[in-house]
Design a protein around this ligand. Sequence first.
Ligand code: SF4
Length: 459
Amino acid sequence: MPTARIEAVAPDSPAAAAGLLPGDELLTVNGEAVRDVIRYQLQADEAVVELELRRGGMERQVVVEKRAGAPLGLALSGPVFDRVRTCDNHCPFCFIYQLPPGMRKSLSLKDDDYRLSFLYGNFTTLTRFTEADLERVVTEGLSPLYVSIHATDPELRARLLRNRRGATSLRWLHALLEAGVEVHGQVVVCPGVNDGDALDDTMLGILDRFPRLATVGVVPLGVSDYSTEAEMRPHTLAESRAVLDTVQRWQARFVDALGRRLVYAADEYYLMADRPFPALDEYDAVAQHENGIGMAATFADEVAQAVAGHAVTGVGPRAGFFASVEGAPAAGYRAPRASGASLAVVDASRDAPVALVTGEYGARVLEPLLPALASVARGPVRLIPIANRFFGGNIAVSGLLTAADVSAALADEPTGHRYLVPDVVLSDDRFLDGGRVADLPRPVEIVRTDGASLVAALR
Ligand code: SF4
């Protein structure tokens, strides 16, 4: 039977009043096994909640009485207790196969679980989706979900996923959309494989079979130095431009047919193609911001608003269900980026010259914003673009910077300056290579990765 370990009990909560303790193992809620935090939240919603616990090897029953809908006050040991459903695909572009040896095991978890899609916005291919899953998604209203499409041609999709079921699993996408579930799709484009005519064909397939998709993000594959796939390579300039042209052409067709753009290209494409980003309003609701789509335009808008002294609500990391679910720590998936421990590492004067530490793509987004940023800063502002030597290849996004590369860059920098690092490089206070902020050769300030937070840090 799945077991959820209680990590913390909120003081003055109904769970605390009932005597629950960190370390207790939760076996059942109202007689039903605890499969995941989604189910747990529904189970714990009642006014009277019967819990079956194990403490010190002894089982016991606890009845908690509270207001219906009020949280119990428990933090549980993870989002899924009956095992995360792992993917049975072997996509040649999968970044997990391209990690350098010796990286943390949690980074190698190939999940393909609709529950993590709902909780954290992870993309699922639906190759392991079942009729029972469909029923649960619909009855429990698990919406929105995020689905990897890659190609609508069955043979090409099976080839891209290296899984025969890839040819048929989009039938579940159809069923989800028919049932009214909001679904966002993504196409990872591998040049020479699913770009060109194949991408056109995929767009046609979406219009024909999946017009109810909320959005579709078109993103380029990442290729690190550790890829062993001969067919997988970065886009050329011409290929990047061709993808943007295709997306633009299909946006117009979708507007004609459906009254909305539906498809959006990743920010990376505009950088690779050396073309300006679209205006923010061309991203509509910026629904795939977390997927790197409309992030640059949002950031520039946030900076402009904040510099002008306007309140900025921002898009930021996706809120959604995860923000409100009780007891759903994201460790291993979307862990909090930085805690007080990282945020406190500062020792330069506020008037010192400022350097913005960023990836190569981040630097290209920030560079045109420097005059506006300098206008609010107390000292001069410059960029420190850091090439990603850890992964190599075409990896240039800030979120994949490691402590090793940041350390190497900072070691040559003067002392007494302010070094601002975006929190997107951290997960649970650690860089991807496990390094910590406190180990960097210069004190740095971790700043939330949005334009308003950067302006506030500079003021
Ligand atoms: S579905 Fe995702 S996790 Fe699985 S192999 Fe493909 S890219 Fe990797």
